[in-house]
Design a protein around this ligand. Structure first.
Ligand SMILES: [Fe+2]
Length: 296
């Protein structure tokens, strides 16, 4: 089984790198730098980047970078892809240099989401110094946060993520968009760390290629301060403040310059998977998270 340690990075595309730079520095409270081979690094911990933004004609989400522990783990993973007949492509030297990794394997799940398996991230271990005074983002061995990807062909995508990429099921939400509508499934999945979910898939298409990504701060004050900065910079709110039922994250949602949403939260659940029983929950949040504000 492929042993993914964490969501190491994501790659997004935007028409304007300047727009992302301003958003990252002024709203998210993160640092930015030019990426090798082009693009913008967005830094939120001691690693050089956790978000890579590349310039392109369309806004959207391009890829999720999944970290493996070692060269041996990478070799075992690609051997397993071959064994299971999954097409993959090795990242060339320029791509590895831009992602700051030793080796990279690129593949797509049945819904078309691009995944990049890699090992050996490169880092100068420079401290994170937020331009907005954010003390820290909760990352480390739990990765940058989580990503929620579209999976209209739900069953085959779920099976692929479970049986090929090795994600474990955390829990299940059957979301009813309207009281009389058919439920749409959202499955929350974890890899080999304590974060409640590093990945979720949702049974509907999303034009930007991503439902949302989540980043976590270490106090409620920092969520509130980010909310103030969002307001000051006229960034569109996608969901009001609320507390999720399953991972206990207290967060709000806003638009990114790449068209998908970003959840900015505090207090996410950390799970001992040996003690956890998966369950189905029937409402998204204990309180708040009004997504209708994003549709106005
Ligand atoms: Fe989330």
């Amino acid at each position: 089984m492929i042993d993914i340690r964490e969501l190491g990075y994501f790659v997004a595309q935007a028409e304007s790198l300047k727009g992302w730079q301003d958003y990252a520095e002024q709203v998210l409270g993160m640092m930015t730098a030019d990426a090798p081979e082009g693009g913008l690094y967005v830094k939120m911990d001691e690693r050089p980047f956790r978000m890579l933004i590349v310039e392109g004609s369309e806004n959207g989400y391009l890829a999720s970078g999944w970290e493996l522990a070692s060269e041996d783990a990478f070799a075992a993973a690609t051997a397993e892809l071959d064994e299971k007949g999954v097409a993959w492509e090795a990242g060339d030297a320029a791509l590895c240099n831009q992602r700051g990794v030793q080796q990279l394997a690129i593949l797509r799940d049945p819904a078309g989401n691009r995944h990049e398996l890699y090992w050996g991230h490169r880092s100068d271990f420079q401290p994170f110094v937020s331009p907005q005074g954010v003390p820290r983002f909760v990352t480390g061995e739990m990765g940058l946060g989580h990503t929620v990807l579209p999976a209209p062909n739900f069953d085959e995508t779920r099976d692929f993520l479970k049986n090929v990429l090795g994600f474990g099921l955390s829990d299940i939400m059957n979301h009813k968009p309207a009281p009389d509508a058919d439920p749409l499934r959202i499955h929350f999945m974890h890899c080999n760390n304590a974060r409640h979910h590093s990945l979720a898939i949702a049974e509907f298409p999303v034009p930007s290629g991503c439902v949302h990504v989540m980043v976590e701060v270490d106090s409620m004050s920092q969520v509130g301060r980010a909310h103030d900065r969002r307001e000051a910079h006229n960034v569109k709110l996608s969901a009001t403040l609320g507390e999720h039922l399953n991972d206990k994250m207290t967060s709000f949602y806003m638009k990114t310059p790449s068209g998908f949403d970003l959840e900015y939260g505090y207090g996410g659940l950390q799970v001992d998977w040996d003690e956890h029983s998966a369950f189905e929950f029937t409402r998204v949040s204990l309180w708040g998270h009004d997504f209708t504000v994003g549709q106005q």
